[in-house]
Ligand binder design. Structure first.
Ligand code: F6P
Length: 320
C-alpha cells in the first residue's frame, strides 16, 4: 500500500489540526496508508514519522496550533540532510507528502522532489495571508477573531481613560491582518506597509475626536511598518493623548480554529489528497475568487501577494 505523510512547517496556524485530520481520514478512505511527521522538515530529517492511528486524530478538530508541531528548518537546504530524510521515507514506503506552511516550505519540498522524485501537495497556512495565488491561507480567520477580541477589550479601557492605544499586529511584511481588523474594529488609524501615511492629516481628521469628552483613539499598526513606538510617541506629543502601546504578539497565532478555518482546512486537505491520488503532483491548494483550485509552485513561491484593492482603498481613509 502506498504511504502518504502529512506535516506542518513554518509558523503554526489555526486550521492545521482540522486539515491534518481531514488529510489522514481521506487518505485512508482512498486506500492509502497515512503517516504523520512531527516537527516539520526537521522531523523529516530525523525520522520522526509515525503511522497515523485513528486515536491520533481524535479531538484534533478543535485544537489550535499544530499537534504535529512545526519548525523552520535550515538543515533541509543541505542535500545530505534531504538524503537522510528520503531514507526515512523509503524505509516506510512513503511516496507522497502533504505540507502545510508558506512558500519557503513548498520550495523545500520542490527541491526534495528534484532530488528524489517524492511528489507533494502544498496547503497555504499562515496567519500573514501573504501567499500569492490564493485569497486565503489557513489560520487567518482565527487570528482575525483573536485580534478583534483584543481590540474590543482595549477599547473598553481606552474609553474609560480617554486614552489612545496603538495596537501592533503580526503579518510580517503584509498588512492584511492589520487592515482587515482595523476595518472590523472601527479603528481610527491604520498604518500598513501597502499604504503611505500622513500623520499631519490624521491629526487634522482626528482633532474633534481628541477634544471630545470620553473619547478614545484606536490605531492598528502592522508589524512590518516598524512604526508602532514612533506612533505612540507622536500621539502623546503631537496629539496630546495619554497613549499606550499594545503589541499583540504570539497570542494572535493561538486559539481554537474558527468554523471557517476548520472548513477551509478540511477542504484544502481533502483536495490535496485527491490531487496526489490523481497524479496532479507538486500543486499548491488555492482559494481564489470563491473557487478552490490548484496552482503551480512557480506561480506561488517568490511572487508578490497583493491585498485586495477594495480593502486597501477602505484603509486609505484611516492612513491620512
Ligand atoms: O509568519 C507568521 C508569523 O507569526 C509572522 O506574522 C511573524 O512575524 C513571525 O511569524 C513570528 O515568527 P516567530 O514565531 O518565529 O517569532
Amino acid at each position: 500500500m502506498s504511504g502518504i505523510a502529512i506535516m506542518t512547517s513554518g509558523g503554526d496556524a489555526a486550521g492545521m489540526n482540522p486539515a491534518i485530520k481531514a488529510a489522514v481520514d481521506h487518505a485512508r478512505q482512498l486506500g492509502m496508508n497515512p503517516y504523520v511527521v512531527y516537527d516539520g522538515l526537521e522531523g523529516l530529517i530525523d525520522g520522526k514519522i509515525k503511522e497515523a492511528t485513528r486515536e491520533l486524530t481524535n479531538d484534533m478538530i478543535y485544537r489550535g496550533g499544530t499537534l504535529l508541531r512545526s519548525s523552520r528548518s535550515k538543515r533541509f537546504f543541505d542535500y545530505e540532510f534531504r538524503k537522510q530524510a528520503y531514507e526515512h521515507l523509503k524505509k516506510r514506503n512513503i511516496d507522497k507528502l502533504i505540507i502545510m506552511g508558506g512558500d519557503g516550505s513548498f520550495r523545500a519540498l520542490n527541491d526534495f522532489f528534484n532530488d528524489f522524485e517524492v511528489p507533494f501537495a502544498g496547503i497555504p497556512a499562515t496567519i500573514d495571508n501573504d501567499i500569492a495565488g490564493t485569497d486565503y491561507c489557513l489560520g487567518v480567520d482565527t487570528a482575525q477573531n483573536v485580534i478583534l477580541d483584543c481590540i474590543d477589550s482595549v477599547r473598553d479601557t481606552a474609553r474609560s481613560h480617554h486614552r489612545a492605544f496603538v495596537i501592533e499586529t503580526m503579518g510580517r511584511d503584509c498588512g492584511y491582518l492589520a487592515m482587515t481588523t482595523a476595518l472590523c474594529s472601527a479603528a481610527d488609524i491604520c498604518i500598513v506597509p501597502e499604504i503611505p501615511y500622513d500623520l499631519e492629516s490624521i491629526y487634522k481628521r482626528l482633532q474633534p475626536v481628541i477634544n471630545e469628552e470620553g473619547s478614545c483613539i484606536i490605531a492598528v499598526v502592522a508589524e512590518g511598518t516598524r512604526v508602532a513606538q514612533y506612533l505612540t510617541r507622536w500621539l502623546t506629543e503631537r496629539a496630546g493623548m495619554d497613549t499606550r502601546l499594545t503589541v499583540l504578539g504570539h497570542v494572535q497565532r493561538g486559539g481554537s480554529p474558527t468554523a471557517r478555518d476548520r472548513l477551509m482546512g478540511t477542504r484544502f486537505a481533502t483536495r490535496a489528497v485527491e490531487a496526489l491520488n490523481n497524479g496532479d503532483i507538486n500543486q499548491i491548494m488555492v482559494y481564489h475568487d470563491g473557487q478552490y483550485g490548484y496552482a503551480s509552485l512557480d506561480s506561488v513561491a517568490g511572487q508578490q501577494y497583493s491585498v485586495n484593492q477594495d480593502i486597501i482603498n477602505l484603509c486609505r481613509e484611516l492612513s491620512c
